[in-house]
Design a protein. Structure first.
Ligand SMILES: Cc1cc2nc3c(=O)[nH]c(=O)nc-3n(C[C@H](O)[C@H](O)[C@H](O)COP(=O)(O)O)c2cc1C
Length: 190
């Protein structure tokens, strides 16, 4: 009932524990090496990148989430929120105010090959990756609602500009699928 898209964020930082909760909800391991998200053939083709800018206890930077170890690894230091949010089609200025951006990406080619025997031949694998990104996005939304945080899924971005950012934010060989802004909603600011 409380899940809504938040497009106005407070200046208050997220805690590292809140970021940990969000990334775990998106892709974290649960039991038997399975994850919070359903995944065709339990292949887990998604990569989660955290673009942190306003997180207590986490230096500004882009981090890759390692689901098996439940850790974030720095891939590019500095605040990259402006550059990433600047690739949105409507240039969502408010997205730059989100404490962290969570980017879901995946290897569509590898998935197409893995599911090559399933019709429509050559196309089903990519569908599975997109579907899984939807599950991960909804998990982030629901976890945010549960934790009293705001989240918004932004899929309207320029693939080429996002892929062309230097230093790279999207992993090599992967396709950007969805971007989510998370933070404290502005109306809860004290
Ligand atoms: C596939 C998809 C793409 C979306 N892309 C954007 C976007 O680019 N920018 C944006 O502000 N919201 C985007 N949204 C959020 C929708 O605008 C939002 O979910 C819708 O207005 C319903 O509002 P609610 O989420 O608060 O219930 C997207 C949602 C989905 C599912």
């Amino acid at each position: 009932m409380q899940r809504r898209s938040t497009r106005s964020f407070a200046a208050r930082p997220l805690s590292i524990a809140q970021v940990a909760l969000m990334v775990w909800a998106a892709q974290g391991q649960t039991t038997g090496e399975r994850r919070s998200c359903p995944s065709a053939h339990a292949l887990y083709p998604l990569t989660l990148t955290v673009v942190a800018g306003n997180v207590d206890g986490l230096a500004a930077g882009a981090y890759r989430y390692d689901a098996e170890r439940d850790v974030l690894t720095l891939i590019a230091d500095g605040d990259h929120r402006d550059r990433v949010a600047g690739t949105t089609l409507a240039d969502h200025a408010w997205l730059r105010q989100a404490a962290a951006l969570l980017l879901l990406s995946g290897d569509l080619e590898a998935a197409a090959q893995h599911f090559a025997d399933q019709p429509p031949v050559g196309r089903r694998g990519a569908r599975y990756v997109w579907l899984e990104a939807g599950h991960a996005g909804q998990n982030i939304y629901l976890q945010a609602a549960e934790a009293g945080l705001g989240a918004v899924l932004v899929a309207g971005f320029d693939d080429d500009r996002l892929l062309g950012l230097t230093p790279a934010i999207v992993p090599s060989g992967q396709h950007p699928l969805a971007l989510l802004g998370v933070g404290h909603p502005a109306d809860l600011q004290s």
